[in-house]
Ligand binder design. Structure first.
Ligand code: HEC
Length: 326
């Protein structure tokens, strides 16, 4: 009994041990959820999957070439909405199929803002950065030609490099349909969506840009605006159900992009998750033949935490830099 005087009795010791173990578990859990301890990888930030290793990743992830689109009219028209919906489809993996969509790739991963992408690189698809083999077997079961023949990704606003000049032509339409369905193994897109993509591609022109070499910040406002615009068609009576379902997928993917970058503690993540779940429910209702609920209140409310937490998110080049290279 003498030896046990200084030490607590056995049941007391196991109690202390239990407290220590529980405390440790809490401390570890807190570490795991603290943003500064979470490394950013291509698992958590999909855009890292197609950036050349030698590229300035921070710049590639936060700066984009200026879009050469027509200036929006003072009063938005049906045409304005069509061009916006065309751009959103172009920026959505939902337009592509197969391996490309699964890795999160969209048309705009190669043609950022309808332009080019000098930093684009995927092993097996690209030769030098900025090139891609669009007949790669990785993307296409149909067109994979077995040959490795990457070519530079063209700027769609200059229409240079042997591009089809008449984007209202049948030839162009057929080429785009083939691109989506065969080169990228996509489903034939809903007609409403395809028309919008063609209209968007036809609107791109360097003549719309005072300085075509200018760049813009790729901030959260673009992704937030896309979620809002994609959601507008849910309330449009004339829009067909297949197009509404397509834009729900597009909107949810943009919420995911926001979620990838709002890594801090705060309201933003919770609201992004809630909105994504509400959109999934809206899709169920549309599939069942009912009308979509009005989500405008939730959509507007999301703006508050995005503004509040924006500077701490990975949309900020400084935060991106310290997170990528701690
Ligand atoms: C992996 C990168 C990549 C992706 C993703 C991609 N493109 Fe391209 N795109 C290219 C390359 C490379 C070319 C040039 C070779 C060619 O014309 O086939 C090109 C050419 C084009 C052209 C010019 C064609 C012409 O002859 O006028 C258009 C328009 C175009 N792409 C639109 C799209 C659309 C729409 C999507 C999405 C459905 C898309 N691209 C996805 C790399 C890509």
């Amino acid at each position: 009994m003498r030896g046990s005087r200084g030490a607590p009795p056995l049941d007391r010791r196991s109690e202390i041990l239990r407290i220590v173990v529980v405390g440790l578990a809490f401390a570890l859990a807190a570490c795991a959820s603290a943003p500064e301890a979470t490394p950013v990888t291509s698992d958590s930030l999909r855009a890292l999957r197609w950036i050349a290793p030698q590229a300035d990743a921070v710049k590639a992830l936060t700066v984009a070439p200026i879009a050469c689109e027509p200036a929006p009219p003072k009063q938005p028209t049906a045409k304005t909405l069509e061009l916006t919906l065309g751009r959103i489809a172009f920026e959505s993996p939902a337009l592509l199929g197969g391996a490309a969509a699964r890795m999160g790739l969209s048309c705009s991963s190669c043609h950022i803002n309808g332009r080019g992408n000098a930093d684009f690189f995927i092993a097996g698809v690209s030769g030098a950065p900025g090139t891609a083999d669009v007949t790669s077997s990785l993307f296409s079961k149909v067109r994979g030609n077995g040959a490795f023949d990457p070519v530079p990704i063209p700027d769609l606003a200059t229409r240079e490099g042997g591009q089809i000049s008449d984007r209202k032509s049948k030839q162009f339409e057929d080429k785009m349909r083939g691109l989506i369905v065969e080169e990228f193994d996509g489903q034939p897109p809903p007609a409403y969506v395809f028309e919008a993509v063609l209209a968007y591609l036809d609107s791109l022109d360097v003549a719309h840009c005072a300085d075509p070499s200018a760049t813009v910040e790729a901030d959260y406002a673009g992704d937030y605006a896309a979620v809002i615009s994609a959601s507008t068609i849910l309330r449009l009576e004339e829009a067909p159900a297949d197009a509404k379902l397509f834009y729900i997928r597009a909107a949810r993917e943009r919420l995911e992009r926001l979620h990838e970058r709002f890594i801090g503690k705060g309201e933003a993540r919770a609201q992004l998750e809630e909105l994504s779940a509400l959109l999934a429910q809206a899709a169920d209702r549309i599939r069942a033949g009912s009308s979509a609920p009005d989500l405008s209140g939730q959509l507007a409310r999301l703006g508050v935490p995005l503004v509040q937490e924006g500077e701490r998110s990975l949309y900020s080049p400084d935060v991106m830099r310290t997170t990528l290279d701690p």
